[in-house]
Design a protein around this ligand. Structure first.
Ligand code: GCO
Ligand code: MG
Length: 405
């Protein structure tokens, strides 16, 4: 069997997705997700110009060798563009292997470790009351874990909060250039402990709570927040601080027992090796699309298992249903899986383009038993939703100083 063609699609059913189709001379094909929010065309070009020509004629069954060829075999290792491209090819090859074997990918990864994949839902509100009402809805729908985010009083916009009120382009400003948002740690600190205090008062221990800081704090501020939130028993506090310097997490860890999670922007084990090895974190959030596919995430998960770190893959709406499927297979077959972020199956247009039979049942995703990854991609539908340039917002302090993402 040989790879005969590699096609790259950039489509926008409400947000941009980069999809890769690896075709073979025997008719069987595989699909992969290469979406890199705000940098989609860089990955599409990398794939078309630099990756695809080297793979034509190779045996698609040689997944590990092709992974190493694209990672270790090139001078320019790592980085989000390279690793998203490798990821998409890798997912497509696992999809092909599954179809050839007539087995779902989780069977190729070792089989089921659990009956379903526990997910956490999002409750985003303009006020604390709003947020808590949304938590109630999530509990009603059967979710066992919920991430709580509330708009910060006194700031014009809070990242991630308008999500279910407006569409993606409105949220990102519907402007040709990155929208700008304000940040104030003092204002945030006034809000967050009250949010979780009231959440525990209203819901007791019915569900796990989580919270995403989106890296807006310095390490010592994160340490303080972790301490403030200890009484409310979070499942984890996500992206408390940036960790380009991984030792930032040593500082945070010394001060708080609130469990810590990080990793959605990480591309390889090297981005999180020290944090895992020193047990400064509890959950690693790498996504198949951004960390080298199923093969990349499997390597990181196995390393993390040695240090009691569990996986909690990124599940934002800017990862396509193909990535969602890759995670469902990995999570089903990975012993040290912790929890999966889940924001629904996408809008109507998205569901017309990407078809699958994954189910949500009582707060868990039940993996598909279709051969391969279990997702179909409708090329005609995809063509109707053209790429539209879009950026994530930029963050500034109230005096205009550019601030962390
Ligand atoms: C999450 C994330 C998202 C990201 C987005 C950026 O935990 O779901 O933080 O909100 O910001 O995926 O592309
Ligand atoms: Mg996040």
């Amino acid at each position: 069997m040989k790879i005969s063609e590699i096609k790259v699609f950039v489509t926008n059913p409400g947000r941009n997705f980069v999809t890769v189709k690896v075709c073979t001379d025997e008719g069987v094909y595989g699909l992969g997700d290469a979406t890199l929010n705000g940098r989609e065309m860089a990955v599409a070009t990398y794939l078309e110009e630099h990756v695809a020509p080297c793979l034509i004629g190779r045996n698609p069954q040689d997944i590990e060798d092709i992974w190493q060829y694209l990672y270790q075999g090139v001078y320019w290792r790592r980085g989000p563009v390279t690793m998203a491209a490798i990821a998409a090819i890798d997912m497509a090859l696992w999809d092909i292997k599954g179809k050839v074997a007539n087995l779902p990918v989780y069977q190729l990864l070792g089989g089921k470790c659990r009956q379903g994949v526990t997910v956490y839902a999002h409750a985003n509100g303009e006020t604390i009351d709003d947020t808590l009402d949304k938590v109630a809805e999530c509990i009603e729908q059967g979710f066992k874990a919920v991430r709580l985010q509330t708009a910060i009083p006194g700031l014009k916009e809070t990242y991630g909060v308008l999500g279910d009120k407006k569409d993606y382009f409105e949220l990102q400003g519907n402007r040709p250039l990155p929208p700008e948002q304000e940040w104030s740690t003092a204002k945030y600190f006034k809000l967050v402990p009250e949010l979780f205090e009231r959440a525990r008062e209203r819901f007791g221990d019915q569900v796990h709570f989580l919270h995403d800081v989106h890296s807006r704090l310095t390490p010592i501020e994160s340490a303080k927040l972790g301490k403030m939130l200890e009484p409310y028993n979070l499942l984890f506090l996500e992206d408390a601080s940036i960790a380009e310097n991984q030792a930032n997490y040593e500082l945070i860890r010394q001060h708080t027992t609130t469990p810590l999670a990080i990793g959605e922007t990480y591309n390889t084990i090297w981005d999180c090796k020290d944090m895992i090895q020193n047990q400064w974190i509890d959950f690693i959030r790498v996504a198949a699309t951004h960390a080298g596919g199923i093969t990349g995430v499997k390597k990181i998960s196995d390393f993390a298992a040695v240090y009691n770190v569990r996986t909690a893959p990124h599940g934002a709406p800017d990862l396509s249903p193909i990535c969602f499927a890759a995670h469902a297979h990995l999570n089903t077959a990975t012993h040290n899986f912790g929890i999966q972020e889940f924001v629904g199956f996408g809008n109507e247009a998205c569901q017309k383009i990407f078809k699958h039979d994954f189910k949500l049942d009582n707060g868990m995703i039940i993996v598909s038993d279709a051969p391969g990854l279990g997702v179909e991609f409708d090329e005609q539908q995809a063509e109707q939703y053209q790429y539209k340039r879009s950026y994530l917002p930029v963050s500034r302090l109230e005096d205009g100083t550019l601030w962390h993402w």
